[in-house]
Structure formats: C-alpha cells, structure tokens
Design a protein around this ligand. Structure first.
Ligand SMILES: [Zn+2]
Length: 125
C-alpha cells in the first residue's frame, strides 16, 4: 500500500473503521513510513484538541423561554390568523446578510485547512 492510499485511510484507521485486511495493510505501512506516522500523530493531536473543547448544549429552560416569549406567541397568533408575512420572518430575511458572512468565513477557513493539508501532502511525496 502506498503513502497516498494510506493517507486516504488514516482518518478511518484512527476511528477503527477499516476492514481487518485494510487495517493490517495500514499498520504494516506505518511501521516503515515515518512520514505517514507523522500525519497520524497530527490527527491524534487534532483529536485531542477537539476533545478538549467544551460541549455546549442549550439549557433545559431554553425551549420554554422561546415558546413562551411574547415574540413567539405573536408570531404564532399571526400565523394562525393567516396574517401576511409576520414581522419575525422579515427580520430573519434581514439576518441572511449575517448568515452569508458567517458562511463565507466557514468556507474560507475550510479552504485554508484543505490547502494546508494538500501542501503537506505534496511536500511529503
Ligand atoms: Zn507513507
């Protein structure tokens, strides 16, 4: 198994998602390839960093707060009455500018990660 194939499988290897023969091939390759071992170590490092991030979940009272808020009740009232385009919907439309900016940031960040990965990939071939 060559480096390129091994690197495609490293993430699955780390997550123990490979078939037994694939896993064995990757293990054999890693024993003799310092470059691929280095990449696996990076993956381990990123996994460790990610696991340190706090898990955020909404408080149990959030649901109640939202669905009993005057704003939500007004929206529900307007929708039930069949009134045209509740104000909240108009505000959400306005907020699309912000969503778009966040989306652009995410795409930029992903591209940076991808480029970094590819550069590393080329560098080690
Ligand atoms: Zn290799």
């Amino acid at each position: 198994m060559n480096c390129e194939r091994v690197r495609d499988l490293l993430s699955a290897y780390l997550d123990d998602q490979l078939s037994a023969p694939e896993r064995q091939s990757v293990t054999t390759h890693l024993a003799s390839c310092a470059d691929c071992r280095g990449i696996l170590a990076e993956y381990h490092h990123f996994d460790a960093l990610l696991s340190q991030l706090p898990r955020i979940s909404p408080s149990p009272t959030l649901h109640t707060k939202i669905f009993t808020s005057p704003r939500y009740l007004k929206l529900e009232f307007e929708l039930e009455r069949g009134l045209q385009r509740p104000q909240v919907v108009a505000e959400i439309t306005h907020n699309q500018d912000i969503s778009f900016a966040i989306l652009l940031l995410l795409i930029g960040f992903s591209t940076l990660l991808l480029l970094r990965h590819q550069r590393h990939h080329k560098h080690t071939q």
